[in-house]
Design a protein around this ligand. Structure first.
Ligand code: OSB
Ligand code: MG
Length: 391
């Protein structure tokens, strides 16, 4: 395995363009989008998304990004309001002060500000879309992606009854999703996984606990070994590595880190400790594309598969997920579902669709490759702010 220092300048990040771009304006929009169906996890329930959009302007082009934070600090400490504060008061102005030299230049500029990964990632999203459009290439190509389609799975929230869950497994399996992930928590775990596995002996199945267990409950988690799961995602504390390593030694099933894998440094340490055998990459959680690419490369060097996680994004965030999932190391299906799974109507056109064989097409048009539906977006916008370069 490559040492941490050898990974500082990695293949994918080294290939990112560093041409100079002057950013002129950053526009923030908060857009209210109710979910068609509420999404319940071990940390709480989400009924509606306050979607945080960033639009950056420079060199006559526009780039779009999404800050994936929720309204409440339950999945992570970041919220819509902390991201608003961080971007308006610190991160945004720092990008407008002088031209930036590509994504690596953005990362350098933001590095001195600690934390606020989702806020930083939203800015990297918007810049990457802009830079890809300026160079007239797809975001996928700009980032080093090489797939025309990405494999997708679905994440099913905790339901009222086992029958409700079985209905949804049937519905999404029939729609083609290649992997089904069940949210679990103590009391909604062994029995429901057993029922799903019994009815569907052959589907690719995984579970995600969002940190709902402690190492003391390892005997319960060991029972999951009976169900041939692809992985158990983030069973233990949200920033733990050591207990996950202890648990992984006692399990046959691969562990996957989500919440704990918030930086390349953290992932390098997880791999050295043996905390997991799979990594979920969310560009938001890790603070942007530059860090996501580092994680992609270091997992590749260690033969650890990665896949793209989701945060119930609007089509704009989802377009970014499709682009990163087109990189070669993303060998497992992502949590990238069709627009219609989340919303009555999405903010982009065309909407994201999933083929009968469980794939989403990677757009080849410049930037994110989808049109932003400005009329609909404006109708749903609750507030906006402009940040401009001081002249
Ligand atoms: O842990 O992966 C997670 C949704 C919200 C917060 C955390 C998670 C999730 C999902 C759904 O699993 C992913 C999606 O469909 O966007
Ligand atoms: Mg997760």
């Amino acid at each position: 395995m490559l040492s941490w220092s050898a990974m500082q300048n990695t293949v994918a990040t080294a290939n990112l363009p560093t041409n100079k771009i002057k950013l002129e304006r950053i526009t923030i929009r908060l857009v209210r989008m109710p979910l068609k169906e509420s999404f319940a996890t071990s940390f709480g329930r989400v009924d509606t998304r306050l979607i945080f959009l960033l639009e950056v302007q420079g060199a006559g082009e526009t780039g779009w990004g999404e800050v994936v934070a929720f309204e409440e600090p339950l999945y992570s400490y970041e919220t819509v309001q902390t991201a608003l504060h961080a971007i308006k008061d610190f991160l945004g102005p720092s990008l407008l002060s002088e031209p930036v030299m590509g994504l690596p230049g953005i990362a350098d500029r933001l590095e001195r500000f600690r934390g606020h990964n989702m806020a930083k990632a939203g800015l990297q999203h918007a810049f990457a879309d802009l830079a890809a459009r300026i160079s007239n290439q797809s975001l996928s190509r700009y980032l080093g992606g090489n797939r025309e389609r990405v494999a997708v799975g679905i994440s099913l929230g905790i339901q009222q009854t086992v029958d409700d869950l079985l209905d949804r497994v049937e519905r999404y399996r029939a729609l083609g999703y290649q992997r089904i992930k069940l949210k679990i928590m103590p009391g909604w775990d062994i029995d429901i996984v057993s029922r799903v596995r019994e009815r569907y002996p052959d589907i690719v199945l995984s579970v995600d606990a969002n940190s709902a267990y402690t190492l003391e409950e390892k005997d319960r988690l060991k029972q999951l070994d009976a169900f041939r799961l692809l992985m158990i995602e983030q069973p233990l504390h949200h920033d733990d590595l050591l207990d996950h390593a202890k648990l992984q030694k006692e399990l046959e099933t691969a562990l996957c880190l989500d919440e704990s894998a918030y930086s390349a440094r953290q992932v390098a340490q997880a791999l050295e400790l043996g905390s997991c055998r799979i990594i979920n990459i969310k560009v938001g959680r890790v603070g942007g594309y530059t860090e996501a690419l580092r994680i992609h490369d270091l997992c590749g060097a260690a033969n650890v598969p990665v896949w793209c996680g989701g945060m119930l994004e609007s089509g704009i965030g989802r377009a970014h997920n499709i682009a990163i999932a087109s990189l070669p190391g993303f060998t497992l299906p992502g949590d990238i579902s069709a627009s219609s799974r989340y919303f009555e109507r999405d903010l982009i056109s065309p909407e994201v669709t999933v083929s009968a064989d469980g794939r989403v097409e990677v757009p080849s048009k410049p930037g994110i490759g989808f049109e932003v539906d400005l009329d609909y977006l404006t109708a749903k916008t609750i507030s906006t702010w402009d940040i401009r370069a001081e002249s």
